[in-house]
Design a protein around this ligand. Structure first.
Ligand SMILES: [Fe+2]
Length: 295
């Protein structure tokens, strides 16, 4: 187990910040008072917290609203920036992941990290140029429980009002199902380094995994999602394959023991999850924040 940001008796926010500014992330070794450590360190590094992202089931054991469990699933989730597909939630600068149980090394289900700056070195230049110039359009169809949770709205009228002032979002209804199209960035300038990074939700928003990708059946996708270039043209299989391959080339799987915490710059480091042979449960508690002004 590496410990790049301090020992269990010497957790300093300065060493965590130094590690994040160097490589985009930091790891802190396990503590007795695990949730207290998560709250304390995140409070030092953030000026505010983003309300829990996603569906209510992820955070119902933490009703105060700023902590939640990572989604449970056996499929691999490819690297993404948190909040990148949601047009109404401010994406966090920092993500905190606390391991509340040790997952055996060979069980799968571990947190994965990929450096979005390195992605740009590995991807073909024409693809990087297009990502930079056009951005992407995320398309999604959400059932009523999903749009209520994701958009924090209770009625179709509220959704209509919310979207009325947005030039970057198109919305429509199929009965009670909301159809959203959001045109947004695909690259960002990482706050911790000042350099450009592949920082988006593309790989976790795929409608299907292209044939030819290893173990495609064990990678998360959702048929009602869609991805297009900024001009409306669909991303083709070779472009998606190039992105999945680049991500695989630089992927790092982090083995976390109980109480370990990993903190990432969400504008640089993509996070995901490796596939699991069996249900490993809700092993991660997450908190998402907007960085403090001194960072
Ligand atoms: Fe995530």
């Amino acid at each position: 187990m590496t410990n790049d940001a301090g020992t269990s008796s010497d957790i300093s926010s300065a060493s965590i910040i130094a590690s994040i500014k160097d490589k985009g992330w930091a790891q802190v070794a396990g503590q007795e008072d695990r949730l207290d450590m998560l709250r304390e360190i995140s409070a030092k590094l953030c000026r505010a917290f983003v309300p829990c992202i996603g569906r209510e089931s992820y955070f119902k054991t933490f009703p105060e609203g700023e902590l939640h469990h990572a989604p449970v699933g056996r499929k691999a989730v490819l690297g993404h920036s948190e909040g990148a597909y949601n047009p109404v939630v401010t994406p966090p600068d920092l993500c905190f992941f606390l391991s509340i149980q040790t997952i055996p090394d060979d069980a799968g289900g571990q947190l994965t990290l990929a450096d979005g700056e390195r992605m740009l070195d590995v991807l073909p230049t024409p693809l990087v140029d297009r990502l930079r110039d056009e951005g992407v359009i995320y398309t999604m169809q959400w059932e009523p429980s999903r749009w209520r949770d994701e958009l924090r709205t209770n009625s179709k009228q509220e959704v209509n009002d919310l979207m009325a002032c947005r030039a970057d979002v198109d919305h429509d209804w199929d009965g009670d199902h909301l159809i959203l199209k959001w045109h947004t960035f695909a690259l960002r300038r990482a706050w911790s380094s000042g350099r450009e990074a592949f920082a988006n939700g593309i790989l976790a928003h795929l409608p299907a995994i292209p044939s030819g990708i290893d173990d495609a059946d064990n990678i998360y996708c959702r048929v009602t999602n869609g991805l297009a270039w900024g001009n409306g043209e669909s991303l083709d299989h070779s472009e998606i394959t190039a992105m999945i391959q680049a991500h695989a080339d630089i992927l790092e799987t982090r083995l976390m023991r109980q109480g370990d915490m990993i903190i990432i710059d969400n504008t640089r480091i993509l996070h995901g999850r490796s596939k699991a042979a069996q249900d490993v449960g809700r092993e991660l508690v997450c908190r998402f924040g907007l960085r403090a002004s001194q960072l």
